[in-house]
Design a protein around this ligand. Structure first.
Ligand SMILES: NC(=O)c1ccc[n+]([C@@H]2O[C@H](COP(=O)([O-])OP(=O)(O)OC[C@H]3O[C@@H](n4cnc5c(N)ncnc54)[C@H](O)[C@@H]3O)[C@@H](O)[C@H]2O)c1
Length: 374
C-alpha cells in the first residue's frame, strides 16, 4: 500500500520520501512504480516524458531521520499495533510539530494510535483502497483527539491528489469494511444453511443485483485469509455482535490454505483446466438470495447512518467508489421502498429469532420517509 500511496502523492507533484524497514524491497520500488506509470502512458493518461519526472520526486530514505522536513507522513507498515507504536515513537522525535501524522490502518482504532503522539490533534486516519493509484475513494478518520484544522487540511490534500475523501467516525471497519460485511457474511450463511452453492449465490448477486463480482469470487480475489481476518476483527471489535459473526466454512478454508486465487484454490479452483461449476439458474431462488443479502447490506448502511459513522452521501459514495457497488445502498433502499426492506428484515427475524436480523431503528422510523433527507 505504501508504494501505491507514494505514487499517488508524487504523481500530484509532491516530493515524497519512502522508507521500509526491509531494505531489499526499496531497490524494487522505482521499477514497480515505473511499471505502474507505464500503464497510464499506454492508456494515454500520462505523457512518456512525465514518467521520469514523477519518479524523480520519490526519494528512497535510508532512515526515518530523513522525514524531518515532511509536512505529512502516512504510515502503512504491517497491521500490528505494537509495530506501529514503535514507528510513531521514533517518528515523533524527528518530525516538526506542524507535521500531520497519519495511519493507513484498516482495523486499528485511530484514537488509540493518536495516543502515541506528542501532537494527537495532528494525528488522523487516511485509509486508501487497494490499489491506491486506481481506487478513487479515501476514508478520512479523525481520532477523538484530532483538531478540525487537521481534518480540513487532510481533506484538502486528499482532494488535491485527485481522490474522493469521505469522512468516517473512528469505529471498527470505518465505512466500507463495516457496511460491506453482509455481502460476504450473509452469502456464507446462505451457503452454510444449504440454500444454494457458491456458484448460484455469485450468479444471483451479479444477475439480479448487477454486482461486478459475486461474494465468493470476490473473497477468492481478496484472499480468504485477509477477508476472514477483517471479519473476525470487526466481530470482536463490535463485542461479538451476531451481525458480524464469521463462518466456519471460511475459517476452515483459510486453515486449509485454500486462500483463493493466490493459492490456486479457494471457493473455486484456479488450477489449469479447472472447470467452473455451473449455477442453478432458478430465478425465484436467485431473487430470494439477492434480496436477502441486499436488505442486510441496506440495514448495515442504515445503522452506520443512525450512529453517525458518516453522512448518507458519504456512505453511498464509499460503497460505489470503494468497492464498486452498482448503486449506493441508501439510494437502493429508497428505490426498493423502506417498508419493503423493513418487512423483509422482520420476516428474517421472525424465522431465525436471531438478533443478527434486527432491523435498524432508523429504517423502522422512516417507513414513510425518504432516507436521503437524513
Ligand atoms: N492491502 C490492502 O488491501 C490494504 C488496504 C487498505 C489499508 N491497508 C493497510 O495498510 C497497511 C499496510 O498493508 P499492506 O497490505 O501494504 O502490508 P504489507 O505487509 O504488504 O506491507 C507492509 C510493509 O511494511 C514494512 N514494515 C514492516 N515493519 C516496518 C517498520 N517497523 N518500519 C518500516 N517498514 C516496516 C514491511 O517490510 C512491508 O514492506 C496496514 O496497516 C493495512 O491494514 C491495507
Amino acid at each position: 500500500m505504501g508504494l501505491g500511496i507514494a505514487q499517488v502523492a508524487a504523481f500530484s507533484g509532491n516530493e515524497v520520501c519512502l522508507f521500509d524497514s526491509f531494505t531489499p524491497l526499496l531497490s524494487e520500488v522505482k521499477g514497480k512504480i515505473e511499471k505502474s506509470l507505464q500503464v497510464l502512458v499506454s492508456k494515454g493518461k500520462l505523457e512518456q516524458n512525465k514518467v521520469s519526472e514523477v519518479l524523480s520526486r520519490i526519494t528512497l530514505s535510508e532512515s526515518l531521520a530523513e522525514f524531518s522536513a515532511c509536512e505529512l507522513v502516512i504510515e502503512a507498515i504491517i497491521e500490528k499495533r505494537e509495530a506501529k507504536a514503535f514507528v510513531f515513537h521514533h517518528l515523533y522525535a524527528i518530525v516538526s510539530p506542524t507535521c500531520i501524522v497519519a495511519s493507513n490502518t484498516s482495523s486499528l482504532s485511530i484514537s488509540s494510535l493518536a495516543s502515541f503522539s506528542k501532537n494527537p490533534e495532528r494525528f488522523i486516519g487516511i485509509h486508501f483502497f487497494n490499489p491506491a493509484p486506481v481506487m478513487k475513494l479515501v476514508e478520512i478518520i479523525p481520532a477523538v483527539q484530532t483538531s478540525e484544522h487537521t481534518i480540513a487540511e487532510t481533506q484538502k490534500i486528499i482532494t488535491a491528489w485527485g481522490k474522493i475523501p469521505v469522512l468516517a467516525k473512528d469505529t471498527p471497519g470505518f465505512i466500507v469494511n463495516r457496511v460491506a460485511r453482509p455481502f460476504y457474511g450473509e452469502a456464507l450463511r446462505i451457503y452454510d444453511e444449504g440454500i444454494a452453492d457458491f456458484a448460484t449465490i455469485d450468479w444471483a448477486m451479479k444477475t439480479f443485483g448487477g454486482f461486478p463480482m459475486g461474494p465468493f469470487e470476490l473473497m477468492d480475489f481478496i484472499g480468504n485469509d485477509i477477508n476472514y481476518t477483517v471479519t473476525e476483527s470487526i466481530f470482536q471489535s463490535f463485542f461479538c455482535d451476531p451481525r458480524y459473526m464469521p463462518s466456519f466454512t471460511q475459517k476452515r478454508l483459510m486453515e486449509a490454505g485454500y486462500l483463493g486465487k493466490k493459492s490456486g484454490r479457494g471457493y473455486y479452483s484456479y488450477q489449469n483446466k479447472a472447470i467452473k461449476p455451473e449455477p442453478n439458474e432458478d430465478h425465484e431462488l436467485g431473487k430470494t438470495i439477492f434480496k436477502r443479502i441486499l436488505v442486510m447490506l441496506i440495514n448495515e448502511a442504515a445503522e452506520a447512518l443512525h450512529y453517525g459513522i458518516a453522512s448518507s452521501t458519504d456512505i453511498d459514495m464509499a460503497m460505489t467508489k470503494g468497492v464498486n457497488y452498482p448503486k449506493g445502498l441508501l439510494k437502493w433502499a429508497d428505490e426498493l421502498g423502506i417498508l419493503e426492506v423493513v418487512n423483509h428484515l422482520d420476516e428474517l427475524f421472525e424465522t431465525y429469532h436471531d438478533s443478527r436480523y434486527r432491523c435498524s431503528v432508523l429504517l423502522r422510523k422512516m417507513t414513510h420517509k425518504d432516507l436521503s433527507f437524513y
